[in-house]
Design a protein around this ligand. Structure first.
Ligand SMILES: Nc1ncnc2c1ncn2[C@@H]1O[C@H](COP(=O)(O)OP(=O)(O)O)[C@@H](O)[C@H]1O
Ligand SMILES: [Mg+2]
Length: 227
């Protein structure tokens, strides 16, 4: 993997637009992807933000949102939740405006949950793998919430699924876009808000899948809380 630890170099690197810079939180945020080194089929994702801050009681004057996301990346990893590998993360200041950068390795072999339903992956992989996917997703979310972490933007486009070839086998779940992730005082707050958000935005997910996911999630969360 290419090693650059210079903010300005990463800021200037140009790739293909994944998300046009859009105005939010009083600043702009955009994402590009880039094959690096060229021809390697290894993708990098570069999130660039300008003047993009969040405020909390702890940071009443505002703090670059990228800093919250970098911190969340570390915490999720510590919890054993799969997230993209962080290549570079940093903040800078230009003409009195915050700039934030987050460079991650592309999740290899994964598809988003949104695409999983769009391409009808269930028909391709079969019922057993599909059930495993729901089970692993329930486990991942219960792990997150039992630690009082709330994702804050739990949409199918931010949940990624990989079916492993044998001999490893099984299904992996990864989460991304952690810029709204934060620790809550109670598991029940993190759980209720994330799951309600997921319910509303679950899109192509079938009702029976949603019901099964919820059952497994509640069971898994109860087991973790009992420990
Ligand atoms: N490391 C990654 N691997 C695979 N896809 C990624 C990665 N990082 C970003 N993406 C893709 O780019 C999209 C935008 O990134 P995201 O972090 O959600 O930015 P934003 O905060 O602008 O929504 C994601 O929904 C996902 O499709
Ligand atoms: Mg996003």
């Amino acid at each position: 993997m290419i090693q650059l630890d210079n903010f300005d170099l990463w800021w200037r690197v140009q790739g293909n637009t994944v998300e046009e810079p859009n105005v939010r939180r009083g600043g702009t945020s955009g994402v590009q992807s880039l094959e690096l080194p060229p021809g390697s089929q290894r993708m990098l994702y570069i999130k660039r933000q300008t003047g993009h801050i969040y405020r909390t009681l702890r940071y009443p004057l505002g703090r670059p949102t990228i800093q919250r996301e970098i911190q969340a990346y570390r915490e999720y990893r510590r919890l054993g939740i799969c997230v993209p590998k962080l290549v570079y993360g940093g903040v800078g200041n230009s003409h009195g405006q915050w700039r934030g950068l987050l460079v991650t390795e592309g999740l290899e072999g994964f598809v988003s949950l949104e695409d999983w339903y769009r391409i009808e992956a269930q028909n391709y992989w079969g019922e057993e793998i599909h059930q495993q996917m729901l089970y692993q997703l329930a486990k991942t979310l219960s792990c997150l919430h039992a630690s009082r972490w709330q994702h804050g933007c739990l949409y199918p486009k931010h949940i990624f699924v990989r079916v492993n070839q044998k001999p490893k086998g099984g299904v992996d779940i990864a989460l991304l876009d952690l810029e709204k992730s934060r620790r809550r005082w109670r598991t029940s707050w993190a759980s209720a808000e994330d799951m309600e958000q997921f319910r509303r935005h679950r899109g192509g997910m079938l009702d029976q899948d949603w019901a099964l996911l919820q059952r497994q999630y509640k069971h898994s969360l109860a087991l973790r809380s009992a420990i």
